[in-house]
Design a protein around this ligand. Structure first.
Ligand code: ADP
Ligand code: ZN
Length: 438
């Protein structure tokens, strides 16, 4: 039997406010436990909450942005059920190897927005892409810093299966607290497999809350629906109803920056990028604005894009550093692309220069000068080296002339070695062929 996965995400976005939602306590990350607390966020009786007015304002801005950032051609559409404001909870810290747990309430009262999607998602990959889009939009409009390491974006993934062609949804599980794009994909992929196996074994799916074991890449049951906490909500009489004026909403709409979808289209039109390249670049505000800074310094659009989404991203992933921390000036990257474009350095040397720029922060010109990496395309100079090489390797020359033309690779390799990678490969190849064939 064929099954179709049905997925809905509840994404929590931490808002970029300096203080908590109902008190003046700081939202700063990494403070000693329970230092960012007061009677209000500790929930002590008699404490009077006062709403941080930034919170509904940011909620409205995200609402507007999600409405405007509608799908472009050829993409799937994922409905959003609602966005609501929430406050974060405290955190339990379990004593290692011991039996005690400690509570840290620094996070209690930190404002969040929860974005609930319709069950419109059909694969783990699509769920990941959707979460990345929400991240891109939230960081672009600045409602959240979107720092995944600090848990600024977390999601609960609801997953069910239904026989292909069936309208009615199956029973779902909810895997909680997934705090990276990769974990979302892992959890959903695992749940799809697990539920399929259960159904094929004749078992029924139990509606329950699960967690992802990130080491073993499996989900496990946390609590079933029956044991689920019955949350009771009731209005707090100390909190008046909040209404944002139409004028304020209009002001927010006018002040929205260019959204990722529009930016992606513009990158394709203005810079001739593929939709893949434009999509990757506009996935984060930091990256797209860095890219435009490189172009403003005269960077070559396609080359600059390749370096940013290729080598630079790899270095960021490997070192765990942000773009800011890597500190590669847009000017230096722009210069590197110009040197490549003008044929002054080849791709191999470019990699050396790039690595050196990250270490020393020197300009590519200085690095090329200091290390003698300028590309040699001078025919006379290369011609002389080719002749020397052939004279010193007569057996290989003989082989070539007897039809073993593959040995040309050996000669090219020797030439690159001789020139320490600075010889122009096109010129070297041509000269070698001329001399060997002639
Ligand atoms: P509740 O309010 O009981 O938590 P909701 O109806 O608000 O449930 O849904 C919560 C999330 O679960 C939403 O993102 C929704 O799209 C998703 N969802 C609901 N039913 C299913 C289902 N059968 N399979 C997968 N996801 C579902
Ligand atoms: Zn407080």
């Amino acid at each position: 039997m064929q099954f179709e996965p049905v997925i809905g995400l509840e994404i929590h976005v931490q808002l970029a406010t300096a203080s908590k939602i109902f008190c003046g306590c700081s939202t700063e990350f990494g403070k000693p436990p329970n230092t960012n607390t007061c009677p209000v966020c500790l929930g002590l009786p008699g404490a009077l909450p006062v709403l941080n007015s930034r919170v509904p304002e940011l909620a409205a801005q995200l609402g507007l942005a999600l409405k405007i950032n509608t799908e472009s051609r050829g993409k799937s559409r994922i409905g959003i059920t609602r966005i609501h404001m929430e406050e974060d909870a405290g955190k339990l810290v379990h004593e290692e190897g011991g039996t005690e747990s400690m509570v840290d309430l620094n996070r209690a009262g930190v404002p969040l927005l929860e974005i609930v999607s319709e069950p419109d998602i059909r694969s783990a990959e699509e769920a990941k892409a959707y979460m990345e889009k929400i991240h891109a939009i939230a960081t672009t409009i600045g409602v959240s810093d979107g720092d995944m390491e600090k848990g600024h974006l977390r999601c609960d993934a609801n997953v069910s299966l239904r026989p292909s062609g069936q309208e009615k949804f199956g029973t779902r599980t909810e895997t909680k607290n997934l705090n990276s794009f990769r974990f979302v994909q892992q959890a959903i992929d695992y749940e799809i497999e697990r539920q399929r196996d259960e159904i094929l074994d004749g078992n029924t799916i139990v509606q329950e809350t699960r967690l992802l074991d990130t080491d073993r890449k499996v989900t496990f049951s946390m609590r079933s629906k029956e044991e689920a906490d019955e949350y009771r909500y009731f209005p707090d009489p100390d909190l008046p109803l909040v209404r944002l004026s139409p004028e304020l909403i209009e002001k927010f709409r006018k002040n929205l920056p260019e959204l990722p979808e529009a930016k992606m289209q513009r990158f394709m039109e203005e810079y001739g990028l593929s939709d893949y390249d434009a999509d990757v670049l506009t996935a984060s505000q930091e990256m797209s604005s860095y890219y435009e800074k490189v172009l403003a310094e005269g960077g070559v659009p396609k080359l600059a894009c390749n370096w940013i989404i290729g080598d630079l991203t790899r270095v960021m992933n490997e070192s765990g550093k942000s773009l800011k921390e890597i500190n590669l000036s847009p000017e230096n990257l722009a210069d590197l692309t110009k040197l490549i474009e003008h044929g002054e350095i080849g791709s191999k040397i470019a990699k050396t220069v790039f690595a050196e720029m990250l270490v020393s922060g020197k300009t590519p010109e200085t690095i090329i000068e200091d290390k003698g990496l300028k590309q040699i395309s001078d025919e006379k100079e290369l011609g002389r080296l080719v002749e020397e090489l052939l004279a010193a390797n007569q057996p290989q020359v003989k082989q070539y002339r007897e039809g073993k033309t593959k040995v040309i690779g050996f000669f090219v390799g020797q030439m690159m070695k001789q020139t320490r990678g600075t010889g122009d490969p096109a010129v070297i190849n041509r000269l070698l062929k001329e001399k060997l064939d002639g």
